[in-house]
Design a protein around this ligand. Structure first.
Ligand code: G1P
Length: 289
């Protein structure tokens, strides 16, 4: 059973400067919720309630967000505004949050390795909060947990991207064993279009088996001189231990201005169409299951 979800959240978010000068990029809101809260909601909806966050300097707002603000609660108590805090209160009640700091930026693989002390020897999920995913049924992590239960190996979420964009992603290739499920033969980090083995890109959702930590410790730096999770997963893939999940849903790259604006418009439209009734409310989602 998977209980833990790791959020690497130490990156600088330079594409959003100056907004991210004193504020973590994970706290940028899509309409009225910070990106990282959507990620934690997705984890909770998939049954994962131990939330491990790898932070860095200047990220304290994340810890404050997942804590009670008594002064504010007192101020709005008894008013309509209480409803706006319903989801975050639920997360604070349901989850245990733990934090560790990444002191040097040496890549996503290094960030995940930094979280080892919070995870221990058990399978776990990883969410990159700036990949914002919207689904009509089960969330992306819930779809991946279901696959993990069948295959008991590492799972990556993938989507097709235009060939010209392969150099922005980890790219997988392998054999489709069921519609939307691929047994991964190999994967490569950010290949140029002419070298890419396919156009199936990994997005920021992973389920990893704990042997990944030893692999991460043993591999040399890869693309950009950084420790890459894709290189570690490639070693598992060669042993037949990685499955890719062509998830159902939409993903917005909120690490880029364009994706962030598209996500905002998408959520706002959904909000507006429902007459202002928080269509992405976690409480509604949970009760509709
Ligand atoms: C990271 C991973 C890459 C993956 C991507 C998904 O890259 O290294 O394999 O496809 O996340 O968003 P980054 O976006 O951090 O450059």
């Amino acid at each position: 059973m998977i209980r833990k979800c790791l959020f690497p959240a130490a990156g600088y978010g330079t594409r959003f400067l100056p907004a991210t000068k004193a504020m973590p990029k994970e706290m940028l809101p899509i309409v009225n919720k910070p990106l990282i809260q959507y990620g934690v909601e997705e984890a909770v909806a998939a049954g994962l309630s131990q939330i491990a966050i790898v932070t860095g300097r200047g990220k304290r707002a994340i810890e404050d967000h997942f804590d009670i603000n008594y002064e504010l609660e007192h101020q709005i108590s008894g008013s309509d505004k209480e409803l706006l805090l319903e989801d975050i209160r639920y997360l604070i009640e349901q989850c245990v949050f733990s934090y560790t700091r990444q002191t040097e930026m040496k890549g996503l693989g290094h960030a995940i390795l930094t979280g080892q002390s919070l995870i221990g020897p058990e399978p776990f999920a990883v969410v990159l909060a700036d990949d914002f995913c919207v689904t009509s049924g089960d969330g992306v992590l819930a779809q991946m947990v279901a696959l993990y239960e069948q295959h008991q190996c590492s799972i990556v979420a993938i989507e097709e991207v235009p060939r010209a964009q392969t150099a922005s992603y980890g790219i997988v290739c392998g054999e489709e064993i069921k519609p939307g499920v691929i047994k991964v033969a190999s994967m490569v980090e950010k290949p140029e279009p002419e070298e890419a083995p396919s156009n199936l890109a990994i997005i920021g959702r992973y389920i990893l088996t704990p042997d990944i930590f030893d692999i991460l410790e043993s591999i040399p730096p890869g693309r950009n001189g950084e420790i890459q999770i894709t290189d570690a997963l490639d070693i598992q893939a060669q042993q037949g231990k990685v499955v890719a999940c062509h998830f159902k849903g939409l993903r917005f790259d909120c690490g880029q201005i364009e994706g962030f604006v598209d996500a905002t418009q998408h959520v706002y439209k959904a909000y507006y169409e429902q007459g202002g009734n928080y269509p992405l409310s976690l409480m509604e989602k949970l009760s509709s299951h």
